[in-house]
Design a protein around this ligand. Structure first.
Ligand SMILES: Nc1nc2c(ncn2[C@@H]2O[C@H](COP(=O)(O)OP(=O)(O)OP(=O)(O)O)[C@@H](O)[C@H]2O)c(=O)[nH]1
Ligand SMILES: [Mg+2]
Length: 435
C-alpha cells in the first residue's frame, strides 16, 4: 500500500438500492473524475452530472469533491453518487481503474485518514465498531470513541507521564550541577495517579467487551419448572418444545434477544434432577456447564411445587430466582413471580433483567473494546508498576526512565501516536473495502 497513488472503491453495500457511492482518493482523483464527467464542481458543492467513458454514457450521478486536507482521508477525494445497481458500479469502477486508479484494499480509506492525522487508531477502529454495532448501546459507545473519549483519556495519562519523563531527563542532563527538577515524592505521586487511571481504564475492558460480544444468560431449574415456556415468551416464538412431561428439553436451545442495550443469548436447558436417564443426564451436565460460564443465570422454581431436594440454588448464588406458574400458586412475599399463561410479572422480570445487565455489564463511554486496546493498557500498567518498584528500591533516574518510556510507548501504540507497521496491518485488514 502506498498513500501517493489513487484508489477507488464502492463505499456502500453492493446490491440494488436507490444510490451507490463510489469513492476516489488520491492525487489523480480530480483528473479521473474530470475525465468521466467533464468539469468538476467547486469543493463541497454537490453537482448533478453525467458520467461518460470512451464516448459511452455510464450513468447519471451527483459528484462531490473534497480538497486536501479537508476530506475524510486528508487527500483530494471525489465521491460519485450513482444509481444503486451493481452493473453500473462495476462499469464506473472499471473506468476509474482504466484511468489510473487502483482498487482499494480493505480499510485503506481509514488507514489513509490515520496516516494523514485525521483520525487516530482508536477512532479508526471505532468506525468499524460503529458500522458493526448490533444494539443502540454498542453504537453509542463506538460513536463516543470515534469522537475521541478513549483517546483523550489515554492522552491525559500519557501527558502526565511525559511531564515526569522530561523532568527526570533534565535532572540527568544537569546531574553534575546537582539540580533536581522533580522530587522523588512528586514523581511517585504522578506515577501512582497514572497507574490508578490506567487500572480504571483496564477495568472498562470487561464491560466494553460485553458490549461488543454480548452476554450469555442461562435458564436453569427443575424439570417442568417452565423454562422452555419462558424462553419462548422472551424470544416471542415457539423456539423450544413445551410439554407437561418432565424432562422434555435435553439439548441446549439458544436464542439472542436485547436486554439493557446488549445482545443477550438466552439458553434454555434440561431440568436439573437426580436419577435421569443417559440422554437427559448428558443434557443436565451441559446445563450445569453452561451455567458456570454464563454471565447471568435465571433460576426458575415452580410455585405450585416449591423448592425440592433436586434444586441446586446454593451452587449458583448470583442467580436471579424467578417463581413460575403464579396463576396456580402465589410466589412467596417479596419473591419475583411470573405466569406466562396468565401474562403476569413478565414486565417486572424484564425490567429486573434490564437493570441487572446495565448495572453489571453496561460499559461507560470511553471503554476499551478490543484485545489490542486491552494489551496496550495492560502493558502501560505493568511498566508503571515496574517504575514504582524502581523508585521504592532507590534506583537511579535512568532505570526509572526506561519503565516510564515503556509505559508511554504502550499508550502511544494504543492511539497510534507511535506506530508499528504490524499494528496497522492488523487493524485495517479487518475492515471491509470502501471504508
Ligand atoms: N399454569 C401454568 N402452566 C405453565 C406455565 N408455564 C409453563 N407451564 C406448563 O408447565 C409445563 C412444563 O413447561 P416447560 O416450559 O416445558 O417446562 P421446562 O422447565 O422447560 O421443562 P423441562 O424441559 O422438562 O425441564 C407445560 O405443560 C407448560 O404448559 C405457567 O405460567 N402457568
Ligand atoms: Mg424445557
Amino acid at each position: 500500500m502506498s498513500a501517493d497513488d489513487t484508489i477507488v472503491a464502492l463505499a456502500t453495500p453492493l446490491g440494488r438500492s436507490a444510490l451507490a457511492i463510489v469513492r476516489i482518493d488520491g492525487p489523480s482523483s480530480v483528473a479521473i473524475a474530470e475525465s468521466l464527467i467533464g468539469t468538476i464542481p467547486p469543493p463541497r458543492i454537490a453537482a448533478h452530472t453525467s458520467i461518460y467513458h470512451n464516448g459511452q454514457l455510464l450513468d447519471d450521478c451527483v459528484v462531490t469533491r473534497f480538497v486536501a486536507p479537508h476530506s475524510f482521508t486528508g487527500n483530494d477525494l471525489v465521491e460519485l453518487t450513482l444509481h444503486g445497481n451493481p452493473l453500473l458500479v462495476e462499469r464506473v469502477i472499471a473506468a476509474c481503474v482504466e484511468l489510473g486508479a487502483r482498487m482499494a484494499e480493505p480499510g485503506e480509506f481509514s488507514e489513509r485518514a490515520v496516516l494523514n492525522g485525521k483520525l487516530d487508531l482508536v477512532q479508526a477502529e471505532s468506525i468499524a465498531d460503529l458500522i458493526n454495532a448490533r444494539t443502540a448501546l454498542q453504537a453509542k459507545l463506538s460513536l463516543s470513541n470515534l469522537e475521541g473519549t478513549l483517546s483523550r483519556k489515554a492522552a491525559a495519562i500519557r501527558e502526565a507521564l511525559l511531564h515526569v519523563i522530561s523532568r527526570l531527563e533534565a535532572a540527568l542532563d544537569f546531574s553534575e550541577e546537582g539540580y533536581e527538577f522533580i522530587t522523588r515524592g512528586d514523581a511517585r505521586a504522578v506515577i501512582e495517579g497514572a497507574l490508578a487511571d490506567t487500572a480504571a481504564l483496564a477495568e472498562t475492558y470487561r464491560r466494553g467487551q460485553a458490549s461488543q460480544t454480548g452476554l450469555s444468560a442461562v435458564i436453569l431449574g427443575r424439570p417442568n419448572a417452565g423454562k422452555s415456556t419462558l424462553l419462548n415468551r422472551l424470544v416471542g416464538s415457539d423456539r423450544a418444545i413445551v410439554t407437561p412431561i418432565p424432562g422434555t428439553t435435553r439439548d441446549i436451545v439458544r436464542e439472542t434477544i436485547e436486554i439493557g442495550g446488549l445482545p443477550v443469548t438466552l439458553a434454555d436447558t434440561a431440568g436439573l434432577r437426580e436419577g435421569a436417564g443417559v440422554v437427559e443426564g448428558i443434557g443436565i451436565e451441559r446445563a450445569r456447564d453452561a451455567a458456570r460460564r454464563a454471565d447471568v443465570i435465571l433460576y426458575l422454581i415452580d410455585a405450585a411445587v416449591g423448592p425440592t431436594a433436586d434444586d441446586e440454588l446454593e451452587r449458583f448464588p448470583d442467580a436471579l430466582v424467578v417463581w413460575t406458574k403464579i396463576d396456580l400458586e402465589p410466589a412467596p412475599p417479596d419473591a419475583l413471580g411470573i405466569s406466562v399463561t396468565a401474562e403476569r410479572g413478565i414486565d417486572t422480570l424484564l425490567s429486573r433483567l434490564d437493570a441487572l445487565v446495565r448495572e453489571r455489564f453496561a460499559a461507560p463511554e470511553g471503554s476499551l473494546v478490543n484485545e489490542r486496546q486491552r494489551q496496550a493498557v495492560a502493558g502501560c500498567a505493568e511498566a508503571l508498576r515496574a517504575a514504582l518498584a524502581s523508585l521504592d528500591a532507590g534506583h537511579d533516574e535512568q532505570l526509572i526512565l526506561v519503565d516510564l518510556y515503556r509505559a508511554s510507548t504502550s499508550l502511544g501504540l494504543l492511539t497510534g501516536v507511535i506506530t508499528r507497521d504490524e499494528v496497522f496491518t492488523e487493524i485495517f485488514s479487518k475492515f471491509c473495502i470502501g471504508k
